[in-house]
Design a protein around this ligand. Structure first.
Ligand code: ADP
Ligand code: ZN
Length: 526
């Protein structure tokens, strides 16, 4: 609702200063705010920590009526509502965790026009009952937070998000703002299409997090490696991510024995204890939180100095999201991951044995390969990560491990040309698995059916083993020379930069040690 501006529109900068106590907007915040205050729809793709929340909170405070915020997690809502109340903003959440009396209180406040912001789950936002309840009220805006949840290709697909396009038809004229930190082109298109936001203005900013230093190591003795990494951060806090709850518990216990103050956090823990550990992490300055990915969404701790991964995430998006929790205050921070063949096998098994449709599984495998490409790249990690989000970066950032300690490489220009030719000659319609079969000359149903056995590229890569070709495709992906087309179920396609390689104007170097090959497979246990 409109603050300090009874006679006219209230001024966003005034609200920023008086309510939040900040002196200036950051980046494009003001552009977004002004656009939404004026009644426009917006899609906001800013990385974690950029300050997306203000982009909908301030317009809600500047416009008439209540701002409705759709948010996927009840825990996340609770934290945001608490933080808003502290600032004197009249915020509330309506969700299944409320008692009957609490829900009645919220409804009363809402109908009395005594709320600035109301948080609801997507399930509730799409019901007829909810539409009726807010039907004759002034609504300042709808904010759809974590909007990537609408996309099947995203890392957090929530089918309920699909129904949210109804907000447009039910409440025409109320501005809608969708926000996410996931911005690969495919997810972005999905958000615009699925949420009926084709008329919205899209706001994007660079995804580079210049204060984060990236390091990815081959797993050898994971606990010792972790301890060595953590020894750099005496007196500061950070997060160690593990895949399983059991590993979270074991790792936290072991770290304490080693003299690192650590607490576990995962969804299987008792709620009270889990919240206590989260609170400790938010408050304390020298604490290592060992967690599954259940931890982190919506956590606002600016001084997380490090994020370590003991297991490989499932995608670049997930990796970026999780590492992005470091250094929100802009100060130098480090992220580190140890990975080995065991992870790759485990992740592939999770996909294979999961219940998804075959097309989705293909996309999942392609996503995993994109992350492996970043693990294996001989080039700058930052450049490879940004290339994944469609963003160019000159590379040699100077603070990732591959920039600081260049890895041994071999001139793979000829091999790259063969690999790119295989993509091109087969019509840019196939995934890496099939292309490798073509290159090494595997006669099977598929290579025969498509007539690939008769092509000059068939068997052109016999000189290298299949697993080297697999790694080559992943590294080409990381180098931005090919891309995965998710709408074609993981088919590889050429990027324009590939032309320079064909013309031998650009050399391509591949990493000499291949962590996902034999040696690592034997040593990767943990
Ligand atoms: P995001 O949702 O994009 O991850 P948040 O909205 O949680 O980011 O903001 C991250 C942090 O930055 C929060 O602590 C927020 O209060 C702070 N912040 C946002 N905008 C500004 C600003 N203009 N000036 C100072 N701090 C800001
Ligand atoms: Zn670099």
């Amino acid at each position: 609702a409109r603050l300090f501006g009874a006679q006219g529109a209230s001024d966003p900068l005034d609200v920023l200063k008086r309510v939040y106590g900040y002196s200036a907007f950051r980046g494009q915040q003001l552009d977004v705010v002004e656009h939404v205050v004026a009644g426009g729809d917006a899609v906001v793709l800013f990385p974690t920590g950029a300050g997306k929340s203000l982009c909908f909170q301030i317009p809600a405070l500047c416009r008439n009526g209540v701002g409705i915020v759709v948010s996927p997690l009840i825990a996340l809502m609770r934290d945001q509502v608490e933080a808003l109340k502290q600032l004197g903003i009249r915020a509330a959440a309506l969700n299944s965790s409320l008692t009957r009396d609490e829900a009645i209180t919220v409804r009363r406040a809402l109908s009395a026009g005594a709320l600035d912001l109301l948080y609801v789950t997507p399930e509730r936002a799409v019901t007829d009952g909810f539409a009726e309840m807010i039907g004759d009220m002034d609504i300042a805006l709808f904010a759809i937070d974590e909007a990537h949840c609408v996309s099947q290709w995203g890392h957090d697909f929530r089918p309920e998000y699909r129904g949210l396009d109804c907000l447009r038809s039910r409440f025409p004229g109320v501005p809608r703002i969708a926000l996410t930190a996931t911005a690969d082109p495919h997810t972005r298109d999905d958000i615009i299409e699925r949420l009926a936001l084709s008329g919205a203005k899209v706001f994007t900013t660079s995804f580079d997090r210049p204060n984060i230093a990236y390091e990815i190591v081959e797993r050898d003795q994971p606990r010792q490696q972790l301890l060595r990494f953590l020894s750099r951060f005496k007196g500061s806090s950070g997060i160690v991510y593990c895949l399983s709850r059991a590993k979270v518990e074991d790792t936290a216990e072991w770290l304490n024995v080693q003299g690192v103050r650590a607490l576990p956090y995962h969804a299987g823990m008792d709620r009270v204890l889990r919240d206590a550990h989260q609170d400790a992490f938010l408050k304390e300055e020298d604490l290592c939180l060992v967690a599954t990915v259940a931890f982190g969404m919506g956590i606002d701790k600016p001084d997380v100095r490090y994020v370590a991964h003991l297991d490989l995430p499932g995608s670049v998006e997930a990796y970026y999201q999780e590492t992005g929790r470091a250094g929100r205050d802009g100060l130098p921070s480090e992220v580190w991951m140890a990975y080995g063949m065991a992870d790759v096998i485990q992740r592939r098994r999770m996909i294979d044995e999961g219940g998804a449709a075959e097309e989705i599984k293909r996309v999942e495998r392609a996503k995993l390969n994109a992350l492996l490409g970043i693990c294996e790249t001989a080039g700058c990690r930052r450049q490879a990560i940004l290339a994944h989000f469609g963003e160019a970066h000159p590379g040699r950032c100077g603070h990732c491990d591959t920039c600081l300690k260049p890895v041994e490489t071999w001139d793979g220009t000829e091999a790259a040309i063969k690999a790119l030719a295989a993509v091109y000659r087969t019509g840019e319609r196939f995934g890496a698995g099939h292309l490798v079969d073509v290159l090494v000359g595997t006669i099977n149903e598929k290579t025969e059916r498509f007539g690939h056995v008769d092509m000059p590229v068939f068997g052109a890569g016999k000189d290298l083993p299949a697993r080297t070709w697999q790694s080559i495709f992943r590294q080409l992906l990381a180098a931005g020379l090919v891309r995965t087309d998710h709408s074609a179920f993981g088919a590889l396609q050429l990027e324009p930069e590939a032309r320079a390689v064909f013309k031998r104007e650009r050399q391509v170097f591949f990493r000499k040690d291949r962590p996902t090959s034999g040696k690592a497979a034997r040593t990767a246990k943990g």
